[in-house]
Design a protein around this ligand. Structure first.
Ligand SMILES: [Fe+2]
Length: 271
């Protein structure tokens, strides 16, 4: 894939997801912004980026502490839980950088003292992505234990697809340099939020997708010649007129102010 195509795909992805993630970002104070470095005063990006290229997230060893049948929950913190509060947010994408709905994420980690609960299910839980491919995990920063750097274990699985087992890491950890399992490609973006921490990581699964297809959960507009209008849901292939010119939709999205066809070549081409 050439560079131009990659840039175009990324732009399309951002545009397509912008409407969907706007509410959660506002709701949770914007942990999704953590992945983007923003100069002071600049307008931050509100939407995630898929990994460049189509490389799936790498696999890592499961380790000795996985337990099946974890409870379904997004919050691993209970009253009395010790440790620095941590929120991990992100998206699960397929090979074409489109969100994977109902992907299963099963997290497990050590407690503040570096111990796993091998009797019960403390700091173990599974959840599913929403229609935007998004997930949120409320937990604590895991403690260290001998031989390893700080990490969170996770299994990720798109419906009907193989399980990806991997681990997520924290930047600026001294042991990252000596842990032989550590891989910088699995570093989360982490920032402070008061006394808590907010982390972000996006997974890419080996799930075939057609770059021009729309997420299965998106409503579609029947093809036809209509006048472009804000708020309309356009499917790939939809035809509109704007300013007397005809355009073909390249990627399903909900039209926003500023996304007029001539202004967003990633979403519309003349035709
Ligand atoms: Fe571990």
């Amino acid at each position: 894939m050439d560079e131009e195509t990659q840039l175009s795909r990324k732009t399309v992805l951002k545009a397509a997801l912008a409407a969907g993630v706007a509410a959660p970002v506002a709701l949770f104070g914007g942990p999704a912004l953590a992945r983007t470095s923003v100069a002071a005063g600049a307008v931050p990006e509100l939407t995630p980026e898929c990994h460049d290229g189509d490389e799936p997230t790498i696999e890592q060893t499961e380790g000795p502490y996985f337990k099946p049948n974890s409870p379904e929950r997004t919050n691993l913190v209970t009253p009395g839980t010790q440790g620095t509060r941590l929120t991990v947010t992100g998206y699960v994408f397929g090979l074409a950088c489109q969100p994977v709905n109902r992907a299963l994420l099963d997290f497990w980690q050590a407690d503040v003292n570096g111990a796993y609960d091998n009797v019960g299910y403390t700091f173990r839980g599974h959840q599913y992505t929403n229609a935007q491919g998004a997930f949120t995990l409320s937990t604590i920063v895991p403690g260290l234990y001998p031989g390893r750097t700080r990490h969170i274990h996770v299994k990720v699985q798109a419906p009907g697809r193989p399980i990806l087992t991997t681990q997520l890491y924290f930047p600026n950890e001294p042991r990252n340099n000596t842990d032989t399992i550590f891989d910088a490609r699995l570093l989360m973006t982490v920032r402070d939020n008061g006394s808590a921490k907010e982390a972000a990581f996006d997974f890419v699964l080996n799930v075939p997708q057609t770059p021009t297809s729309t997420p299965s959960t998106s409503p579609t507009t029947p093809p036809g010649d209509t006048t472009w209008a804000v708020g309309t849901v356009y499917a790939a292939g939809a035809r509109v007129t704007y300013g007397g010119q005809g355009y073909v939709c390249l990627q399903g999205h909900t039209a926003q102010p500023g996304w007029e066809p001539p202004a967003v070549p990633a979403l519309w081409r003349a035709g």
